[in-house]
Design a protein around this ligand. Structure first.
Ligand SMILES: Cc1ncc(COP(=O)(O)O)c(C=O)c1O
Length: 383
């Protein structure tokens, strides 16, 4: 069985490890914020990159047949989702694609709805493109999040919403949407002619009985676009290779015109090679990484809930991000300094995700057990 290798990423130009403000960092700070992993990628990916390194020629290239085949097989095997080669498009990142789609398929001033709290770049892509941001707050019942469908539909109607940016599985609340929930969201969007961008970048992280369902696999709604990649699943974010699936020819033509205008229709050869190898041979590695992540989640829960019973840790149905409410112990204005200065740990702050989440933090579990233990013991020493 392939060994999962934890790496010390300090001094490797890592966003997560090397962009910690020096006022907090005495060389011991543990960052558990940016959503990437501290594990080396699967051996098959390293080997493919090394092979290309040895070859040493990087002239103009395109994605090989197996890049598409391996991804198509992956989707079929893991999600029973049938994708045709023609539907697949490239982007340098899911966030880049969201922006290109917002720019090309909506107009300035159009309303776009998101479900807060949610990955902060969704709101950014709406605001920076001068569209109107509409928020459908998720309903938090003791840490378990559900959708307020009435509010969702009312806001779509009242604001003449043109686009919905969905997060599935949901970062940061850890939900893996059930079929009924997906069906209902799509139905409402279809009834009101709303384009759906289904960001499924966390698709491979669903735990226990929770099964990720590609939105496209349960709906024939033509205004549905799926965004995913190998980058979260296999820790390849810096290789900037994402996959956009657009079934509808009219929407695909709009996307193609946009990427052609900005000269971003294809990616770099290493990104293609890595994604092809990962989808082709990385499954065993992924399953092991998932079990490390889930046991880190259980460790976090056991360690913190054992001492602080008024803490709320949302169920980790999906993603590798724990969502924790410290509201019973810390005032919102204390949260940032408490973790950074007192504990020497860096988490994402809840307020960055929208909604009423000032007492929350998001903790990245994709690291070593030792780091999670240290994080917990530092919290326990100081809270
Ligand atoms: C929901 C979601 N979408 C997109 C991204 C980033 O994607 P990319 O690096 O491909 O732009 C993240 C990263 O954390 C994410 O959580």
């Amino acid at each position: 069985m392939e060994k999962i290798i934890y790496r010390n990423r300090r001094n490797t130009n890592s966003y997560k490890w090397d962009i910690i403000p020096s006022e907090y960092d005495k060389g011991e700070t543990i960052p558990a914020w940016v959503a990437d992993m501290d594990f080396a990628v699967p051996k098959c990916v390293r080997d493919a990159i090394i092979k290309s390194g040895r070859f040493g020629v990087y002239g103009y290239s395109f994605a090989g047949k197996d890049y598409y085949n391996n991804f198509i097989k992956w989707e079929k095997k893991r999600f029973n989702h049938t994708i045709e080669r023609d539907w697949i498009r490239f982007s340098t990142g899911v966030v880049a694609a969201i922006n290109w789609i917002v720019q090309s398929m909506t107009n300035p001033g159009d309303a776009i709805i998101i479900q807060t709290p949610v990955y902060h770049q969704f709101a950014e892509s709406v605001k920076s493109n001068k569209r109107k941001l509409i928020c459908n707050d998720l309903v938090n019942t003791d840490g378990v999040y559900t959708i307020n469908f009435e509010d969702f539909e009312k806001k779509i109607k009242d604001n003449n919403v043109k686009m919905f940016i969905m997060c599935s599985p949901h970062n940061p609340v850890g939900r893996v949407w059930k079929k009924e929930e997906l069906v209902k969201m799509i139905e409402i969007c279809k009834n009101h002619d709303v384009i759906v961008l289904s960001d499924e970048i966390h698709h491979d992280f669903a735990f226990n009985n929770n099964k990720h369902i590609p939105t496209m696999s349960i709906s024939d709604y033509d205004k549905l676009i799926m965004l995913t990649s190998s980058t979260k699943t296999f820790n390849l974010a810096a290789l900037e290779n994402s996959i956009i699936i657009i079934k509808d020819k009219k929407l695909r033509d709009i996307y193609d015109a946009k990427t052609s205008d900005i000269h971003e229709s294809s990616g770099n050869i290493i990104g293609y090679i890595a994604a092809e190898a990962a989808f082709g041979g990385g499954e065993e590695w992924l399953e092991q990484v998932k079990s490390i992540i889930y046991s880190n989640y259980e460790l976090l829960k056991k360690s913190l809930l054992g001492k602080y019973d008024k803490l709320t840790i949302s169920p980790l149905e999906g993603t590798y991000l724990a969502w924790v409410d410290f509201g019973a112990y810390l005032k919102p204005e204390e949260i940032s300094d408490f973790f950074k200065k007192k504990c020497g740990v860096i988490f994402n702050l809840g307020e960055d995700f929208g909604g009423d989440c000032k007492s929350f933090v998001r903790i990245n579990l994709a690291t070593s057990k030792k780091n999670i233990q240290t994080i917990c013991s530092r919290i326990k020493q100081n809270l």
